[in-house]
Design a protein. Structure first.
Length: 145
């Protein structure tokens, strides 16, 4: 399968062939390139599943700056080098992206607590205020239409 939508131009490295089922371009808003959304199956990890902790990588402004600073000094001449195969170009791009992403956006752990927390500060006056706001909002939207 190929991404048929242009991402930046016909000579751009990210106009490549994929042999996966679900692939499409998305507007990420991070650069002048369109992003690529590629879905594929990954083999299950042999690590035990931990239900009491949640792992995630936050996309932060500091991480984006670090990612940019890692990409800036890279020599991108291999992209236009006709002696380098498309597979090697893609492999280099994925290796760089993977390394930079893992470095720029470290994993964070938090305890998972699926039990709903009791909210004690949301008293009757706040409930009344919420209901009144909902009512006024509905009246406003009806008057606009």
């Amino acid at each position: 399968m190929k991404i048929f939508a242009p991402t930046r131009g016909p000579n751009c490295l990210d106009n490549v062939n994929f042999s996966v089922v679900d692939v499409r371009t998305v507007e990420a808003g991070l650069s002048d390139h369109a992003g690529q959304l590629v879905c594929f199956n990954v083999r299950a990890s042999k690590e035990p599943i931990e239900f009491d902790r949640k792992r995630f990588r936050s996309i932060t402004q500091l991480g984006l700056l670090d990612f940019y600073n890692n990409a800036k000094p890279i020599n991108w001449n291999f992209v236009s080098d006709e002696n380098v195969s498309m597979n090697l170009k893609l492999e280099k791009l994925i290796d760089f992206s993977d390394t930079a992403f893992l470095k720029s956006f470290p994993e964070t752990y938090t305890r998972r607590d699926d039990k709903p927390k009791k909210v004690e500060w949301f008293d009757d006056s706040l409930k009344h205020m919420r209901d009144m706001l909902s009512f006024l909002r509905e009246v406003l939207f009806r008057s606009i239409l």
